[in-house]
Design a protein around this ligand. Structure first.
Ligand SMILES: [Zn+2]
Length: 388
């Protein structure tokens, strides 16, 4: 990582502008913000952007590891550095364990990073567990009932850094909890659930604004009359404009046809690609042992699903944020602007960040990609974090 780069100008890059158009322009970064977009801009340092895409930095709202680093045991600093090499400028660190264990994990990360201040890429914690009705790949002993004691333990351990909280709407106390957390500015996400349409709607009325890895771990409606096509939870969430859907975009967790369905129902404004990454993120295909345990996992071709060896059960992905962006273009056939939207802009809007767009006054969080979508630079708050 280089030192802070003052008054940096990216020269003549193909810049994704706020209106969604690509235009050849200089971009001046000053004081951690985007200061100017135009021609012949002057600065103290320069990056040649000719022939390269200049895009908003990638934002991953759901990630728990990369390159043999797992957030349960690893350091946020190492995690963030590895993520910068994959284009991520903002990350929500996933914590997924029992209340006591999750509390210890968050307290350790806060202690090690001066309350996260030393790792500005980390925008906060995401608590995927313990308030789930369906464990998915997690073990049941990590789940817990919604109680004021559990909630307070986690809020205290998070020290104000919990920004996303996953909750199954059918759990007793879910709506009240969602109301309370939303009023604190925590974004509640509908997750791992067998909820009815009515229960999900109650959660949205209470303030839930995200859907966690849409389609994965959501109950399918039962067909009770062969002449009637059943509607269920997923159908409701697809047409509920108040929620944004996270999608694990590896082509394995969600069939490309369903990804396209989400694009058409939600529009890219309400689709946010996520990695749901694990320690296996970014590793080539193969079989790997989970750090600190004897569990083995298989990573498929093209960084697709990570499967628990033996059971074949999907358990997070091996995607990196850059894989998500490339998949949007190459696997799902989207243009650069749409890919950028679902890998950055949408998440920034849902989380209320001054990021996700190249516009004057926005945070100077950018990536520069060559015409083959290879990463050349990752820049966060005007500082070059990664250079190819
Ligand atoms: Zn999950």
């Amino acid at each position: 990582m280089s030192a802070c780069t003052p008054d940096l100008v990216i020269k003549a890059g193909t810049v994704l502008c706020q209106n969604g158009e690509l235009c050849v322009s200089d971009v001046l970064l000053e004081g951690g913000r985007i200061k100017q977009i135009g021609v012949n801009l002057k600065g103290e340092a320069y990056i040649d952007g000719a022939g390269a895409y200049v895009l908003p930095g990638l934002i991953d709202t759901h990630t728990g590891g990369i390159g043999f680093i797992e957030l349960e045991t690893g350091a946020l600093r190492d995690f963030a550095e590895a993520e910068a090499a994959c284009g991520a400028t903002t990350l929500y660190a996933n914590v997924g364990s029992s209340p006591d264990h999750s509390a210890r994990i968050m307290e350790r990360h806060r202690r090690e990073t001066n309350e996260l201040a030393d790792v500005p890429q980390i925008a906060g914690f995401r608590l995927e567990l313990p308030y789930l009705a369906r464990p998915g790949a997690a073990t049941k002993d990590r789940l817990a009932p919604i109680t004021p004691e559990n909630t307070q333990l986690l809020l205290d351990a998070g020290g104000g850094h919990i920004k996303i909280w996953d909750i199954s709407p059918e759990l007793p106390g879910a709506a009240e909890l969602i109301r309370g957390l939303s009023s604190r500015g925590i974004v509640c996400s509908i997750c791992h659930t067998d909820a009815t349409i009515a229960q999900a709607r109650t959660a949205v009325e209470a303030g839930a604004r995200l859907v966690t890895h849409m389609f994965d771990t959501f109950v399918l409606p039962e067909m009770t009359d062969p002449g009637v096509y059943p509607a269920g939870l997923v159908d409701y969430l697809l047409i509920e404009d108040r929620v944004t859907c996270g999608i694990i975009a590896d082509g394995t967790h969600v069939h490309p046809l369903l990804v396209e369905k989400a694009f058409r129902c939600k529009t890219p404004r309400r689709v946010a690609f996520v990695t749901d990454a694990t320690f296996a993120s970014g590793l080539p295909p193969g079989e790997y042992t989970h750090p600190g345990t004897s569990d083995t996992f298989e990573v498929g071709e093209r960084n697709q699903g990570r499967r628990r060896a033996g059971t074949g059960m999907l358990s997070g992905s091996a995607l990196t944020p850059l894989d998500l962006f490339r998949n949007a273009v190459t696997l799902f056939g989207k243009d650069i602007a749409t890919a950028s939207q679902v890998c950055s802009t949408t998440a920034a809007r849902v989380m209320g960040l001054n990021k996700g767009e190249i516009a004057i006054g926005r945070d100077a969080d950018l990536i520069i990609l060559d015409s083959d979508l290879e990463l050349l630079y990752t820049i966060a708050a005007g500082t070059v974090l990664y250079e190819h």
